[in-house]
Design a protein around this ligand. Structure first.
Ligand SMILES: [Zn+2]
Length: 471
């Protein structure tokens, strides 16, 4: 009986209070449409939303007021597809007794952010995300279902299972597999319980990866990896679908690399010795493209050191006091110029390889990898990723496509999400300004539509003030 009461309390819908627009029919008047395909914006259009879908896109005009229809005059605004974030997290990294000099007492922990993270994503226009590794997959699945049921605000979520890792990881929340059969069973167990994606981690063996991939593929699910012990070509051989952190976790050229063991350089050496245009780079890119392996760009982490940008005030406000302290410590710490120069060189190679990969026909997708470190937060970090893709040399329209339609293509959902087109889900972000001309305008999110319901970013942000990295 008591349990039933608790469940009823949980089921009180909390979505209503965050809605700004909620009508059977919505018309967005006089907007510029950046449709997510990479084509130039269409100026002054009306978008009609009905039944959660985009029902019509027509020339801009003034619609007569009708009952049951919300009409929004959005002159000066752009409408984009909701962001499809492909390397996202629902936890925050906490380091006990972190000092201003960045020392802390272990163990570091991944703290679940089931309350604040989904709200931050949605507020910033992320309407679909894939977690790229989780520590409480059962919680994440239940959250995903509560969001789908309309009980909690948040984006559509593809939940990734527990990190598939080998021994040697100091993180106590990451379990070590003990062989290929364990890998297969772990995938089967979590796939049976609502997990729709898997991620191999830095200590997995080739045989474990092969077993995990086989089991996932048998179920129509995909596997990605943040690798080290397995090189990129080996992962391609094992049938992996996607590689995280661009080209920076490939260890194929690392000195002293032992099979199935992470190397000391953790891929840094390989990246430095694989400049774009080199024979090694060309061979790897051809292999990835030929085997349809997607690459996930996660630039904000390195970008926060090499190309720092002041955080939006709203991001600072969302941080818990202790996260804000640790962010300000790290921002104010004296930099070692030599290591910063090296980071800058590596980031440039990474960015150039991502462009070469796309030029060769590869599917580049994007994510923020937000765990609080370096001021990278859910949602805000996704905007930063798009801006850094522009720094990488993509046009603003290409960068927007990478963060929207490309993710939808990877998920096999491009008929429903990822671009602004008639018949697709009304998962949209309305921003002030024109991100096709000035990419930082992507930060000016005014309304976020998910399945046709318009959320107020200010209300979502207000609900998490001071709580990101707390709960
Ligand atoms: Zn990550």
């Amino acid at each position: 009986m008591q349990l039933r009461i608790a469940l009823l309390l949980l089921a009180v819908p909390q979505v209503q209070r965050y809605l700004e627009v909620n009508a059977p029919r919505v018309i967005l008047e006089h907007v510029d449409v950046i449709d997510g395909t990479g084509t130039p914006p269409e100026r002054d259009r009306n978008i009609q939303i009905e039944g959660g879908k985009i029902a019509r896109i027509s020339a801009g005009g003034d619609e007569p007021a009708q009952s049951g229809t919300a009409v929004l005059d959005l002159r000066g605004r752009s409408v984009l597809p909701g962001i499809v974030g492909m390397h996202e997290h629902l936890f925050c990294l906490v380091r006990p007794h972190l000092s201003a000099h960045s020392s802390f007492e272990g163990p570091a922990m991944f703290q679940q952010m089931t309350y604040s993270a989904p709200r931050l994503y949605l507020a910033m226009g992320v309407t679909t995300l894939r977690t790229a590794g989780g520590v409480e997959p059962a919680t994440d699945v239940k959250l995903q279902r509560a969001i789908e049921a309309g009980d909690l605000p948040g984006p559509h979520i593809d939940v990734t299972g527990p990190y598939l890792d080998g021994p040697g990881n100091a993180n106590l929340q990451i379990r070590a597999l003990d062989g290929p059969e364990d890998a297969r069973q772990t995938v089967a167990y979590w796939a049976d319980r609502g997990v729709t994606s898997f991620k191999a981690y830095t200590g997995i063996t080739r045989e474990e990866m092969r077993a995990a991939v086989e089991e996932a593929h048998r179920r129509g699910l995909k596997v990605t990896g943040h690798l080290c012990s397995v090189t990129y070509p080996e992962a391609v051989q094992a049938g992996i679908d996607n590689l995280e952190h661009g080209f920076s976790a490939n260890t194929q050229l690392d000195p002293g690399k032992q099979p199935d063991k992470c190397s000391e350089s953790r891929g840094d050496y390989t990246l430095e010795h694989m400049p774009p245009g080199s024979a090694e780079a060309n061979r790897l890119i051809a292999l990835l493209v030929g085997r349809h392996v997607a690459i996930t760009s996660t630039l904000p982490g390195a970008g926060s050191r090499v190309l720092p940008k002041a955080l939006p005030p709203a991001a600072l406000s969302a941080m818990s006091p202790s996260l804000r302290d640790s962010y300000l410590y790290s921002r104010n710490r004296a930099v070692d110029q030599a290591s910063l120069d090296r980071d800058a060189r590596m980031l440039r190679i990474e960015m150039d390889l991502e462009r070469a990969f796309v030029a060769a026909g590869g599917l580049l997708i994007a994510g923020a990898d937000p765990v609080g470190v370096g001021g990278v937060l859910p949602g805000f970090g996704d905007h930063r990723e798009i801006e850094l893709l522009v720094d990488a040399g993509f046009t603003p329209l290409q960068s927007i496509r990478i963060a929207t339609l490309n993710g939808a293509i990877y998920l096999g959902r491009q008929d429903r999400i990822g671009s602004v087109a008639v018949g697709k889900n009304a998962d949209l972000m309305v921003v002030k300004g024109d991100p096709s001309a000035r990419i930082s305008d992507i930060e000016n999110v005014e309304i976020v539509f998910k399945d046709g319901a318009g959320y107020d970013p200010a209300k979502l942000l207000e609900s998490v003030t001071g709580h990101y990295c707390q709960y």
